[in-house]
Structures are given as C-alpha cells and as structure tokens.
Ligand binder design. Structure first.
Ligand SMILES: *Cc1c(COP(=O)(O)O)cnc(C)c1O
Length: 395
C-alpha cells in the first residue's frame, strides 16, 4: 500500500497494516518489555536501530508502531512518534530541538499548559522565548531571528478557534531555517493536513479526536524521519512511553475517525448556526461559519470544520456558569473530541492557570464557553444548548 496515495477513510482502517504482520484482523496487545533475540548478530542489529519494534519496551512495541503507522498514513508523513500524552510529545519536541542560546517562538494562541511548559523550559535551558499573536502571519516576521530554532503554533487554537496561516508562516520559517511545529489537535488529520501546507512537524493530543472515546491519554507527532530524529532521541532517554494497551485503544478508536469527524463537523456547524441566532449569545466562533474572521483561510486550509465551537454568553462569567449548570445532555467536563458532547468554561477551568492578562492575550473572555460537539443527533444537542440559555440576559 502506498501511504501517499491512500485516501483518508481507507488509511483509518489500513494505515497500520504494515506494523501488524501477524495477520490478526485486530492486532493482539503485546505486553512484553523485552524480546528474545534469535542470535547475537540480530541483537546487535536491533540495538543499532532505535526504531526496532522488538528490542526494549521503552523504545516502543508493535502496538505503538501500529498507532504511529496509522497516524503517518493519515498525515501522509514518512514517520510518527507517539508518547504517553500530548504534553509529553510536545515536551520531547522542545527538548529534542532546543539548547542553550537558541531562540524559540511560540504562539499566544496556544494550549495553556503548553505555554507554561515552554516558559519553564526556556528558563531552565537558557533559551530566549517570545510569544507572538499568530492570527496574522506578518506578526512572525518582526520577531523571528536568524537564531530562531523552533516556531510552535496551534491551529485551530484551543479554545478560541483562531487560525494560523500555515503556508505563510512556513515561508517565514524557511527564510531563517527555523522548524515549524503545528499542533493540529482541534482539526485532527481529517480536518487539515498541516504537513502539506508546509509544517515540518504536526502534533496531536491523541487523547482528543484520535482516541475519540474519552478513555485514553496519548500524544503523537508526524513528519519526515530527519525532522523527527531529535524528537525520537529525546523520547528514547526521557522515556514517556505509550502503554501497549493505550496504543491498542487508539488504533481501535481511529478505525472510525473518518466517520466521526464527518459527523462532528456536520453537527458542530448546525450547533454554531443555531447559537448565532440566539440573542443571549454575543458571538460564536467556528472556522466554517461565514462570520469567522478567518473564514477564507479556513476554507483554503481545512478539509472540514471539526467539532469544536466557542461562544461568548452575554452577562459574562455569571451567565456562563449558570448556563453550564443547566445542561442535561451536554456534559460539563474538560477535555474534548469524544463521541459525547461536552462543554467547559476556559477562564475558570482549562485556562485558570494563566493570569487574566495572559488569558486576554490568547483571546479568552470571561463569558466564553468551549463546546465539544459530539456525534449525537444534532437536534438533541441544539435543544439542550438553546434551552439552557432561556432567561439569561439577551442584551
Ligand atoms: C489537550 C491538548 C493538549 C495536551 O494534550 P494531553 O493529551 O492532555 O497531554 C495539547 N494541545 C491541545 C490543542 C490540546 O487540546
């Protein structure tokens, strides 16, 4: 099978076949931490190939390799590296690439803990870190430097759904030889192919859409082998290894990723349109709504809008919290990307670790709600979110 030619729905089913030569239609879970080498020569050969699936469990196993092969097939990438969480794989990218004296550029519109991790790493490693408003590619031009090693962005951004023009930022990075990393968690590989638009490494919190069932924490990144090499080296000695059972669950979840993303996207557009008609709602952000400030970019860059919707309730934090308490079908919970609809209040729940002025820089307002639209019947989701608005300030 040529991974470059495989279409997405097929890749979801067969993208990992090469890593599962056993012939089982569903691969067994390989729990062994070490392997019996048939000869001393073979032992030495495997030791020299850190990507060997059967050497030592911390370096990965067949289940991890199957998951990585699936993601690589979907992203049309040469290879992928998975880890025990989204944070762990992002950490390995930063640790693999940055050293004392480097300059590092990250987006203001990034996952809150990623920003905190980067600040901590920059401080410990002696790396100069700047944050940039990533909604305009031209903002990168003024802050990028000849010694910029790494540029980290997220699109669509959590929770505001602002976008980064990957092609434009990739060109700016290429001029100084900086590596461009795109966190594509909100889009999933079905929603956008960040590598095709010029990213060097694409990252996913696999906890979200890839797993899709809210039962596994994991992370993965994909790119060329040479781009992944420093990540892989950092991974092999830091050791945030993905458990084979978790890798198995991810492969199982990803079989239906194509179907799920289709339904998430259809539902989310309908929910976003319904919310736009509600007087209690001040503003709705969804990439495929014509009112999104970067709608044209979304149409050019994204293959589907995904399942995330963000909106501002009139009346600020009080109204937002009241609305959350009135939901029945939609569950009040953090995380996202599962089959069940969930809602959260970023200012007090997912982005509470950031000081208010930092939240404001990322565009997070006090009355903002992040909705992860599931794959239930759209009408049931709409009824629940609209009913919960009744009686809240409408002006
Ligand atoms: C959840 C998330 C992460 C972190 O992933 P974990 O799997 O929770 O470690 C990183 N980036 C984005 C955009 C996320 O939504």
């Amino acid at each position: 099978m040529n991974p470059k030619k495989t279409r997405s729905l097929t890749a979801c089913i067969h993208g990992g076949d090469s890593a599962n030569p056993s012939g089982h239609l569903s691969a067994p879970i390989h729990r062994a931490t070490a392997f019996h080498f048939p000869s001393a020569t073979e032992g030495a050969a495997r030791a020299a190939d850190i990507r060997a699936a059967e050497f030592y469990g911390r370096w990965g196993d067949r289940n991890a390799r199957e998951f990585e092969a699936l993601v690589a097939a979907l992203e049309q990438a040469e290879d992928a590296v998975c880890a025990a969480s989204g944070m762990a794989i992002i950490d390995m990218i930063a640790q693999g690439y940055l050293s004392r004296g480097d300059h590092f550029l990250a987006s203001h519109q990034c996952y809150a803990e990623v920003k905190i991790l980067f600040e901590d790493l920059a401080h410990r490693l002696g790396v100069a870190l700047d944050f940039v408003d990533s909604r305009e590619a031209s903002n990168f031009t003024s802050v990028i430097r000849p010694d910029t090693r790494l540029v980290f962005t997220e699109t669509p951004a959590n929770p505001t759904l602002s976008l980064v023009d990957i092609e434009a930022v990739a060109l700016i990075c290429q001029r100084v030889g900086a590596l461009l990393v795109v966190d594509s968690t909100f889009a999933s590989p079905l929603g956008q192919r960040a590598l095709r638009h010029g990213a060097d490494i694409v990252v996913h919190s696999a906890t979200k859409y890839l797993g899709g069932h809210s039962d596994v924490i994991a992370g993965v990144c994909a790119g060329t082998r040479s781009a992944l090499d420093p990540v892989w080296k950092a991974f092999s000695f830091h050791g945030p290894h993905l458990d084979p059972g978790a890798a198995w669950l991810l492969c199982r979840g990803m079989r239906t990723l194509g179907l799920r993303m289709r339904q998430h996207s259809e539902n989310a557009l309908q929910v976003a349109q319904a919310l736009e008609r509600c007087p209690e709602v001040e503003h709705v952000w969804y990439p495929f709504l014509a009112s999104h400030p970067q709608f044209r970019l979304a149409q050019r860059q994204m293959d589907c809008g995904g399942g995330m919707v963000c909106f501002d309730i009139r009346g600020g934090m009080d109204s937002a919290l009241l609305w959350l308490d009135r939901l029945h079908l939609v569950k009040l919970a953090v995380s996202l990307g599962g089959v069940a609809s969930t809602a959260t209040h970023p200012a007090s729940m997912t982005h509470n670790l950031l000081p208010p002025q930092e939240r404001a820089k990322g565009g997070i307002r006090e009355g903002m709600i992040r909705l992860s639209v599931g794959i239930e019947d759209a009408t049931d989701i709409i009824d629940d979110v609209v009913d919960a608005l009744s009686g809240l300030p409408a002006r």
